[in-house]
Design a protein around this ligand. Structure first.
Ligand SMILES: [Zn+2]
Length: 110
């Protein structure tokens, strides 16, 4: 068991930080035994980078969806609509992946 710093964000996301202290079981200098324990936790008063990315992408999605709606009403630019809808799908998929990463990370620690 080796001790590491940990950072936690308000949204529940966390990550390991610097290595702090070696456990008695590990004799190789500078090596860690692979089992990480929390040495100290620093709390951030904000959401994590993942959340930021998700928010940014969601705002972009909303904008693109509004654009498509407007173009439909105007009845022109079918090619642009088609292209934008593909973009929307791609971004939505990416947002799902980000969420899965995020939920997985929140679930793996109590
Ligand atoms: Zn987050």
């Amino acid at each position: 068991m080796c001790y590491f710093e940990q950072t936690r964000w308000t949204c529940g996301y966390w990550k390991w930080g610097n290595f702090r202290q070696q456990c008695p079981k590990e004799y190789r200098t500078g090596e860690t035994c692979g089992l990480k324990l929390v040495y100290t936790t620093s709390y951030k008063s904000e959401n994590c980078k993942l959340c930021e990315q998700i928010e940014k992408k969601n705002r972009r999605l909303e904008k693109l969806q509004r654009d498509v709606e407007r173009w439909r009403q105007e009845g022109n630019r079918p090619a642009t609509i088609e292209k934008t809808e593909r973009d929307i799908e791609e971004i939505a998929e990416r947002v799902n992946q980000l969420w899965e990463d995020h939920i997985g990370r929140q679930a793996s620690i109590s």
